[in-house]
Ligand binder design. Structure first.
Ligand SMILES: Cc1cc2nc3c(=O)[nH]c(=O)nc-3n(C[C@H](O)[C@H](O)[C@H](O)COP(=O)(O)OP(=O)(O)OC[C@H]3O[C@@H](n4cnc5c(N)ncnc54)[C@H](O)[C@@H]3O)c2cc1C
Ligand code: FES
Length: 265
């Protein structure tokens, strides 16, 4: 199946408010449902704005021709999305970006680590890995237990570990500290990391990975304009050995998934 991007209006067939100001949309489009992969994203146009807003695929069901996104209301665009109703149509571009690749080494243990808006693509990846017979370890971190979305769903197909900054649920600390502990007590022996979350988390995770010779992928959430390589708004600087020459990647077409050490944080 070659690369094809669809630009169209799709119908919203289900809406759930899974916790305060956090919504899931299920939408209907046969070809997009067939092509969506964990890591890819779509851009949706709020009627009230001129710029589209990127959201990761949270799930796709080719048999039902449906796919899902999950979003938190943070500003004008997502506020508009939260006012939409079942049966409404929304303008989208999809699928966009690259996907998480499966680990080549059969012996590694996939460890999916993230929080907040990083949770939807990791949910999709954990489900995809499970469908290929690989049960993953998912580590979700949050400030408190209110923003640990999808935990009951993830438990169905992955080993789930939780951390909260205030200790209100799971490990008392952040997700990278929890991973460190799981490696130290040998609960996780040969990790391969997939992560999506805020830069401070990715920075701390990268340090831990370099210290322990662990490989993996990070998915980045840069600010975006067009979503398909035209506007350069999503440029991120690559890590290079040549200090005199800066190199950039476009998060929307070269990413959003990159090798963990490829992009400057
Ligand atoms: C590839 C990609 C995948 C994403 N997937 C998801 C997802 O699955 N679920 C989800 O809830 N969000 C996701 N986001 C973030 C989402 O795009 C932003 O929250 C959204 O665009 C904000 O739009 P707004 O109009 O509501 O807010 P605005 O009014 O544009 O901004 C409100 C606040 O949100 C911040 N913000 C805006 N854009 C981003 C961004 N790209 N990343 C982080 N903060 C931002 C602004 O700095 C500001 O503080 C993703 C972003 C990218 C690039
Ligand atoms: S968002 Fe326009 S080039 Fe990436």
């Amino acid at each position: 199946m070659g690369f094809k991007r669809y630009s169209c209006d799709v119908e919203i067939i289900d809406i759930k408010e899974i916790c305060k100001n956090v919504f899931t949309f299920e939408m209907f489009h046969k070809e997009i449902a067939l092509r969506a992969r964990a890591g890819m994203f779509l851009s949706l146009l709020p009627n009230t704005e001129t710029l589209r807003r990127p959201l990761a695929f949270m799930d796709a069901d080719p048999e039902k021709s449906t796919f899902k996104v999950l979003f938190s209301v943070v500003g004008k665009g997502t506020k508009h999305f939260s006012s939409l109703r079942v049966g409404d149509k929304i303008s989208i571009n999809a699928p966009l970006g690259n996907m998480f690749l499966m680990p080549k080494d059969k012996d590694v243990e996939p460890v999916l680590l993230g929080g907040g808006s990083g949770i939807p693509p990791l949910y999709f990846l954990a489900k995809t890995l499970n469908n290929t017979g690989k049960k993953s370890n998912v580590i979700l971190g949050a400030r408190n237990c209110e923003t640990l979305f999808l935990k009951e769903d993830i438990k169905k197909f992955a080993n789930l570990y939780l951390s909260t900054d205030d200790g209100s649920e799971g490990f008392y600390g952040n997700s990278v500290e929890l991973l460190k502990k799981l490696i130290a007590d040998k609960s996780i022996k040969n990790p391969f990391i997939y992560a999506c979350g805020p830069s401070p988390m990715l920075r701390a995770l990268r340090t831990l990975m370099l210290e322990n010779n662990i490989n993996g992928y990070f998915s980045f959430e840069s600010v975006m304009g067009c979503g398909f390589g035209m506007c350069q708004a999503c440029a991120v600087e690559r890590n290079t050995t040549n200090d005199n020459k800066k190199e950039y990647a476009l998060c929307c077409i070269n990413g959003p998934v990159f090798n963990f050490n490829d992009i400057k944080l």
